[in-house]
Design a protein around this ligand. Structure first.
Ligand code: C2E
Ligand code: MG
Ligand code: MG
Length: 523
């Protein structure tokens, strides 16, 4: 059977019935599966239409505008003018029932090095061409085109489009591809990558915070290496001064014992029995209180602090698993592994040493590695995966569907499980494309013999859809929120309240209990 045949056999029937077959096939055969597919689907779902240029009585177009409203180099409007348009559009949303708004903050990643290497003239030529492509994307060419695309910084642009988050994401993808085509300067082609941040009104707060929020999302993409787009999340808004202060404290947090692990159960989809728990890190800051990992992990990654923090997680999770085992609860445990840890030479050896020291069979420890890290496919990550396989650890690909997966790389990985990202689960009830993506993930997983876990399950309707589709395991607030080791042991012991906030009863799988011990005691 040819490779093409194998792949087309993997396509679920819905794909061919709905006419998605060729699209899926194209994505898979080019090696880029779910990330690309998701973007295409989202782009189709809510076409982000550039707002019609509104002839505003109070503001005339370029020719008649007062000096200072247009950027001299590109002819685009300035930040001030853009903000006026934004304010007026937000007013329309609030008072005239207009469609929601999305602001995209677009940064050219490599302009500084082009300025340094080729000179400012070349950099300026690129800026002019980039401005033209963005205007064209909004259907408003020429310097007098629209007040909905602006130059808001040296190498930064902003776009205002009408539509919801999905529409904004669709536009973000189009911005990336429009600016990915090489530019022409002094007779030579020059390529750039861009980072795009997205913030929506009214979903993300006051209109006046939209541009700063979109800029924070853009910085977030940049700090992760650039060349992509991200939707604003509150954790991104920690300003630079705050980050510097946080970093000072983070450097000492391990020695001061400020970290702790919470545990969130995973349940078997068919029986709703608890099969394992995922360890989730929290920083209990003496003044700020609990700082979520989305805030401090990227900071730790950037400043080389993830090594000692990740090591602490391994040691603590193994210690806790041993305490549970001593009390009769043979809990399977999952830990999240950062890219930095995986790339570290000694990582697998440390993991082996800790599990051996605490008497934990490697197969009972799952390493959750995000799709984007797993797909890096560098010599270092390949060696780390080989070592994990040889040592017998269980590997799970986390946040699956958010990055670019290559089937070739996926097949080579020693993974036993794919974790469908929460963003698809959230949309399951309302969006056919989210359902299609989960079906496609299941289909690929079955072909490769992998189990599928869906994370972020919050409603019974989501649970029912996932069970019907054939997901193996579920995790989410419906069953249990992340909880302390003590709370989990109390629950297992039958003397605690359990973790469900949504009324879905889950029980511990009987095989997790050691029959030689009467009942798990508190750690
Ligand atoms: P993740 O590994 O994908 O973990 C799932 C996240 O979703 C957790 O957030 C969890 O609290 C949250 N969650 C679980 N169920 C639901 C639900 O039903 N609804 C909603 N809205 N959220 C749910 P958390 O604990 O804030 O962790 C965020 C991310 O931080 C994790 O995503 C993981 O990538 C990272 N992380 C957490 N602990 C560690 C760690 O020890 N090491 C490393 N490297 N990363 C960690
Ligand atoms: Mg995880
Ligand atoms: Mg995840």
């Amino acid at each position: 059977m040819s490779r093409m045949q194998v792949i087309s056999d993997m396509l679920p029937t819905w794909a061919s019935q709905a006419g998605w077959g060729p699209l899926l096939l194209a994505c898979i055969t080019t090696g880029v599966v779910f990330g690309a597919l998701r973007r295409v689907l989202l782009a189709r779902r809510g076409a982000a239409v550039g707002l019609q240029v509104q002839a505003r009585a109070t503001r005339s177009q370029a020719a008649g505008q007062p000096a200072g409203t247009r950027d001299v180099l590109t002819g685009l409007v300035t930040r001030h003018e853009f903000e006026s348009t934004l304010e007026e559009s937000a007013w329309q949303v609030d008072h005239k029932g207009g469609a929601p708004l999305a602001v995209l903050y677009v940064g050219l990643d490599d302009l500084r090095s082009i300025n340094d290497g080729f000179g400012l003239q070349v950099g300026d030529a690129l800026l002019v061409q980039a401005a033209r492509r963005l205007s064209k994307l909004l259907g408003a060419e020429g310097p007098a085109g629209t007040t909905h695309v602006a130059r808001v910084g040296g190498e930064e642009f902003a776009l205002l489009v009408s539509g919801d988050e999905a529409a904004g994401i669709g536009m973000g993808a189009r911005v990336c591809s429009a600016l990915a085509r090489p530019f022409e300067a002094e007779g030579q082609p020059l390529a750039l990558t861009v980072s795009v941040g997205l913030a929506c009104y009214p979903a993300h707060g006051a209109w006046s915070r939209l541009l700063p929020h979109a800029a924070a999302a853009m910085r977030h993409v940049r700090q992760a290496g650039g060349n992509g787009h991200a939707v604003y999340a509150p954790a991104m808004a920690v300003d630079l001064r705050e980050q510097a202060l946080l970093l000072q404290d983070l450097r000492q947090a391990v020695e001061r014992g400020e970290f702790k692990l919470l545990y969130q159960p995973k349940v078997d989809a068919a029986s709703l029995q608890i099969t394992a728990a995922e360890a989730l890190l929290r920083w209990d800051h003496p003044v700020r209180g609990i700082v979520p990992p989305a805030v401090f992990i990227p900071l730790a990654e950037r400043h080389g602090l993830m090594g000692p923090i990740g090591e602490w997680v391994v040691v603590e999770a193994c210690r806790q698993a041993a305490v549970w085992r001593e009390s009769g609860l043979r809990m399977r445990i999952a830990i999240n592994i950062s890219g930095h840890q995986l790339r570290h030479d000694r990582f697998v050896a440390q993991l082996e040493q800790q599990t051996r020291q605490h008497g934990i069979p490697p197969a009972r420890l799952t390493c959750e590695i995000t799709e984007s890290v797993a797909m890096e496919d560098t010599a270092q990550t390949r060696i780390a995966f080989q070592r994990l396989r040889r040592a017998g650890f269980h590997v799970s690909i986390d946040d699956f569907g958010t990055g670019h997966s290559s089937l070739a790389v996926l097949r080579r990985l020693p993974a036993a499980e794919l974790k469908v990202d929460r963003s698809f689960v959230v949309d399951l009830e309302a969006s056919e494309s989210a359902r299609s993506i989960v079906e496609a993930v299941l289909s690929v997983a079955r072909t490769l013999g992998l189990r599928v876990v869906a994370e972020g399950v919050e409603t019974e309707a989501q649970r029912d859809i996932l069970v019907r589709m054939g997901c193996d395991e579920l995790q989410g607030y419906l069953f249990a929120r992340p909880m302390s080791a003590v709370a989990l042991a109390l629950w297992a012991d039958g003397s605690g309240p359990g973790g469900s906030s949504g009324g879905a009863a889950a029980e511990f799988r009987p095989s997790l209990f050691d029959p030689t011990k009467p009942a798990p005691m508190l750690p």
